[in-house]
Ligand binder design. Structure first.
Ligand SMILES: Cc1cc2nc3c(=O)[nH]c(=O)nc-3n(C[C@H](O)[C@H](O)[C@H](O)COP(=O)(O)OP(=O)(O)OC[C@H]3O[C@@H](n4cnc5c(N)ncnc54)[C@H](O)[C@@H]3O)c2cc1C
Length: 354
């Protein structure tokens, strides 16, 4: 596996059709990883993260599962273009949507392609712990259910330990509060069990996750036992596309950025080969500076967990608030998560290298 500026080349060993709109890519990528993590692909001149559907505890090979997003750049390119033998560029695995050292029930809510990391987590939990696992897999219709047979097979191999419930919008409408309560049932009672508390894992469309999180919190589940993986941070996208949605204080700082703050330094950003300079606003991240400059660099989790926003530091220094995505070598080579990197020198130059 070759390495290229923080990315590694991985050959596609197999492509598996899961549904009409979803494919699994089995990769020759001998990374160590934890169930529930993801890798970030460099493709189409940008970056996108995809979770592993494989488990490091039960699968010999690393696999990601990708669902087509209507109008989406990378998911369509992958599904329409990639074949066995092709080489893709990926980061090492990252992410914190992983198993904890707990013996309480693991209750997962998966919507659509959100089943990908849930599949990985379930396989590992069943193989390496004695935990009871419950999965609510919600999909539009029967044809769009990813891993339908694999989940049933897993349940058959772990009688009494894995319960899978399929929800189809075409049959029952959208997932409701009553259904969440009914499904979580006894696990919600275990939420208050100090010794064996339940962990709730949520991955799917934003409204689906938001409803489930609200219901679980209202029923007494602790926030620290609700783990979420957000594929589409919609608020962040809206903010990036529409500067008017930014808070007034930030807009004021932004307005200042070209004036008084210039005296304290400048942040120089190269994106798509074009270089832009903006005033240094102390305490703001590189990504925030880029947005103030009117740029739209790639980003995703905005929590330091994926490498979608990665840039290369050409001058100056930054401190990352969090970094769960880049390894020590990459940081030493000058790579930085721009969503977490706060300049600590007056002048900083960063290049988005895609
Ligand atoms: C940690 C993590 C793990 C993930 N794991 C998986 C996974 O396992 N499987 C999976 O399938 N996905 C996963 N995703 C989602 C994935 O990274 C991509 O976001 C998804 O595939 C869409 O990318 P795309 O390039 O196809 O679409 P994009 O090009 O990003 O477009 C997405 C949507 O936005 C719309 N859009 C794009 N630009 C604009 C614009 N300027 N104005 C208005 N609308 C616009 C498009 O029409 C489309 O509907 C994960 C995301 C994260 C952050």
């Amino acid at each position: 596996m070759a390495r290229d500026h923080g990315f590694h080349e991985a050959r596609i060993l197999r492509v598996i059709d899961e549904t009409a709109d979803a494919r699994t890519y089995v990769l020759d990528a001998p990374f160590a990883y934890r169930a529930g993590q993801f890798v970030t692909f460099r493709a189409c001149g940008t970056l996108r993260s995809y979770s592993m559907s494989s488990s490091p505890d039960t699968d010999a090979e690393l696999a990601t599962t990708v669902k087509r997003v209507p109008g989406g750049l990378v998911s369509n390119w992958m599904i329409d273009t990639l074949v066995t033998g092709d080489v893709v560029k990926i980061t090492p695995p990252a992410g914190v949507f992983t198993l904890r050292g707990s013996s309480g029930p693991l209750v997962a809510f998966a919507g659509g392609s959100g089943v990908t990391p849930i599949m990985s987590l379930a396989k590992s939990a069943l193989a390496t712990t004695t935990r009871v696992v419950k999965i609510l897999s919600a999909n539009r219709d029967a044809e769009s259910v990813i891993f339908s047979a694999a989940l049933d097979d897993l349940a058959a191999r772990h009688p009494g330990r894995l319960e899978v419930r399929h929800h189809l919008d075409t049959v029952s409408g959208l997932v409701s509060t009553a259904e969440i309560l009914d499904f979580a049932g006894s696990a919600l009672a275990a939420a208050g069990d100090a010794e064996h508390p339940a962990d709730f894992y949520l991955c799917g469309p934003e409204p689906f996750m938001d409803l489930i999180e609200r219901v679980l919190l209202a029923q007494g589940a602790g926030q620290d036992h609700i783990l979420t993986e957000r594929f589409n941070p919609v608020e962040a996208v809206a903010e990036a596309l529409c500067p008017e949605t930014r808070p007034a204080a930030e807009k004021a700082a932004s307005a200042d950025a070209g004036g008084a703050d210039l005296a304290s330094g400048t942040i120089t950003i190269t994106l798509d080969g074009k270089t832009t300079t903006v005033g240094h606003v102390p305490g703001s991240t590189l990504l925030e500076h880029a947005r103030r400059a009117g740029l739209q660099p790639p980003f995703s989790c905005e929590a330091g967990n994926c490498a979608t926003c990665m840039g290369h530091l050409e001058a100056g220094a930054v401190k990352m608030r969090a970094n769960n995505a880049l390894d020590d070598d990459e940081v030493a080579d000058g790579y930085v998560l721009t969503c977490q990197g706060v300049p600590v020198t007056p002048d900083v130059t960063v290049v988005y290298e895609y």
